[in-house]
Ligand binder design. Structure first.
Ligand SMILES: Nc1ncnc2c1ncn2[C@@H]1O[C@H](COP(=O)(O)OP(=O)(O)OP(=O)(O)O)[C@@H](O)[C@H]1O
Length: 297
């Protein structure tokens, strides 16, 4: 990892009932990062800070190496595409292609061919006003328009919400293409494990306004194992990263660890050979992480 495309540095944002931060987070170039966490944990607020729809009370946000406290200049904003969770009502009475025209005037790399190809693939009928589109069609339009800007930084707030499975697949292919062909950096908030499994290089877990860390997906998967060994209560107490354990039968104990490397090393050291080892699925590791099974990383 080298260049940070976007950085939240010591950011605090006070909400009515919750405080986001202090939060430090960096997004590195050419990676897809999934933002995960329970409802109301602060994911959308984090994204809004990244497009200055919300300003921090403390700390700063840094875009491509620079803060812009006086407002994002148009040329920097033009490098960023943002698909919000809920769409602005101001554009409701506008026809789709007029809304696209407007965006094209703001984004110098706007690609009409890509926009039209995406609408075709998404099967969105042309010429309609935005408020005459269904929820899913409107989202498809917004995703197509975001990808047509050929952004350097793509922010997607629960982009799959309301999409049919065909459009969902198209969207995932196109986001990947945006990274592979255009070198974009992507941050997407999601509650969908399959999306994380297929797309994410990194995961950021937000909980009650705090970041519980950023982890490479493969490294996270590497940590989680369910292991069966001959019962040894003393040894079990010493094993690192245990988030769950139960006695399976008189002579056997089953446990789940989020520190497989440490556990394997210790078992090896004391000469205990596991009876069975199972790699955890992504949803299982994510759940243990959300439940506090990993100290902040
Ligand atoms: N405009 C606002 N004014 C005051 N509080 C707000 C505002 N928007 C959000 N909040 C509060 O800030 C907290 C974080 O909300 P946010 O929308 O960032 O969460 P989220 O993680 O995106 O949730 P979800 O997964 O449900 O979309 C919540 O407690 C929410 O009630």
């Amino acid at each position: 990892m080298d260049n940070a495309v976007l950085e939240w540095r010591n950011v605090v944002k006070k909400r009515d009932r919750m405080v986001l931060g202090p939060l430090d987070l960096k997004l590195y170039e050419h990676y897809i990062t999934a933002l995960i966490g329970r409802n109301g944990s602060g994911k959308s607020t984090l994204m809004k800070l990244a497009v200055q729809l919300v300003r921090p009370d403390e700390g700063e946000v840094i875009w491509f190496g620079r803060p812009y406290p006086g407002g994002l200049p148009a040329d920097v904003r033009a490098e960023i595409a943002y698909v919000p969770e809920n769409f602005a009502a101001e554009e409701n009475g506008i026809k789709m292609d007029d809304a696209a025209d407007f965006r094209a005037s703001w984004y110098p790399r706007w690609d009409w061919q890509r926009y039209e190809e995406l609408l075709r693939r998404f099967d969105v009928p042309g010429g309609k006003k935005l408020n005459k589109l269904s929820k899913g069609q409107r989202r498809k339009f917004e995703i197509a328009a975001a990808l047509a800007t050929r952004p350097k930084l793509l922010l997607l707030d629960e982009p799959s919400s309301g999409l049919d499975p065909f459009a969902w697949k198209t969207m995932m292919d196109e986001i990947r293409r945006c990274v592979d062909e255009d070198g974009a950096t992507v941050l997407m908030s999601t509650h969908i494990v399959e999306e994380v499994r297929r797309m994410a290089d990194y995961l950021v877990l937000v909980d009650k306004g705090k970041s519980l860390g950023m982890l490479e997906k493969d490294a996270l998967l590497e940590r989680g194992r369910e292991i069966w060994i001959s019962r040894d209560d003393e040894l079990l107490e010493e094993l690192p990263g245990i988030v769950e354990s139960s006695i399976e039968s008189e002579g056997m104990v089953r446990f789940v660890t989020l520190d497989y490397a440490g556990t394997a090393a210790l078992l090896d050291e004391v000469g205990v050979k596991p009876i069975r080892v199972r790699a955890l699925e992504l949803d299982e590791v994510m759940e243990h992480w959300m439940n506090g099974g990993l100290s902040p990383v």
